[in-house]
Write a protein that binds this ligand. Structure first.
Ligand code: FNR
Length: 342
């Protein structure tokens, strides 16, 4: 199957809400506070993610590109929505555009529609340093995401099988490009062990891409004659993954993503120590099932909801949410106790 056809199938499967598992943010309760001391107009959504100054804690996470006219149209709409709401946007994997120059247009539309916005480039961990630089230049990107998707590749019949050089290649890119490099998962989460390995090679931005939303085991299994269904529940839930990363690397710039549904999930992620949150499937579903206008309204609604949480918790700035009183329940509590993430 061609790469572009596969991308369109990913979109189709990702639109299916059945693929969503249990969401760990339902097992994080923030403790309500009755005596807020701030004025609504003083609340700022301005967010610092390491070197990146974002006007919102939310961004559109990596999804499409390289699949021809359809994916170009989706990228155009995502870029317009990002521009209209002032949020950052990551493009989908540019690996196909690195191999075929004709595909570049489907990504570059993002920069054309949003010339002054914050844009993240996106490549796989198989990329070389030279390819990483081309991916960044292609979009005049403000940051570069490198996705880790071992399990997805293993379930894909045509997926990669050799990961022996990946950590070394990531290290070369982190040290060799002059924009921040964000290492991201695609729905299976980042553990404390993987965090230590990433820290050792100089990574300082991690997008946990945890379990709870788009599920690439299920997506890829649907495309197989003989699926590996035993892996459909695999992965580290997003809220837990944020805790895992922070527990061994407190100064890391952490992005929460994977099943983020609303502004309150975003605020909970900040309480756990995240510095930004990304949404992919939820925003794509709205764009495709409704339209661009509804997507813009939804992003504004998410901002509003995030601000309500900030107000109730007495946080004028997004970083002030970090560590606000909260408890864990259910499986999330059991997990954190056994992994001693503090
Ligand atoms: C993705 N995702 C993704 N990630 C990445 O780094 N490069 C990519 O090319 C893609 N492609 C892609 C296509 C589609 C259709 C979807 C829905 C997702 C993964 C995405 O960025 C994110 O990590 C996961 O989808 C989990 O987040 P959500 O969807 O639960 O918010």
């Amino acid at each position: 199957m061609s790469r572009s056809r596969r991308k369109l199938e990913h979109i189709r499967h990702a639109l299916n809400r059945e693929d969503m598992g249990v969401n760990s943010f339902d097992e994080v309760e923030i403790i309500h506070q009755s005596l807020t001391d701030i004025h609504w107009d003083d609340i700022s959504l301005q967010t610092q993610l390491g070197e990146l100054s974002l006007s919102s804690p939310l961004f559109v996470n990596a999804m499409t590109g390289g699949g021809g006219e359809k994916t170009e149209a989706i990228n155009r709409d995502l870029a317009i929505a990002a521009r209209e709401t002032g949020i950052a946007l990551a493009v989908g994997s540019q690996m196909s555009a690195l191999k075929d120059e004709k595909e570049r247009q489907t990504y570059q539309v993002v920069r054309r529609e949003n010339p002054d916005g914050i844009v993240f480039a996106n490549i796989g961990s198989e990329a070389t340093l030279e390819q990483a630089k081309i991916a960044v230049d292609m979009l005049e990107a403000n940051a570069l995401q490198i996705h880790l998707n071992v399990l997805q590749e293993l379930i894909m019949p045509e997926g990669d099988r050799d990961f022996s050089e990946r950590l070394r290649q990531i290290e070369e890119i982190v040290k060799g490009v002059d924009v921040p490099v964000i290492i991201k998962e695609v729905g299976f989460g980042i553990s404390m062990e993987s965090t230590r390995q990433l820290k050792d090679i100089g990574v300082s931005y991690i997008d946990v891409g945890g379990k709870g939303g788009t599920n690439f085991s299920k997506v890829e299994n649907k495309r197989r004659k003989q699926p590996f269904e035993s892996f459909n529940q695999w992965g580290i839930p997003t809220a837990i993954s944020v805790k895992e990363v922070k527990s061994v690397y407190p100064e890391c710039n952490v992005v929460a993503s994977g099943g983020m549904r609303n502004g309150l999930d975003g605020a909970k992620a900040f309480v756990l120590g995240a510095n930004a949150f990304g949404m992919a499937g939820h925003l794509l579903r709205i764009l495709i099932k409704d339209d661009l206008e509804t997507l813009v309204e939804e992003i504004n609604h998410i901002h509003h909801e995030f601000k309500i949480a900030m107000m109730v918790l007495g946080a004028k700035d997004t970083y002030m949410l970090d560590g606000k009183p909260h408890i864990f329940t259910g499986r999330t509590k059991a997990w954190l106790e056994q992994r001693s993430t503090g």
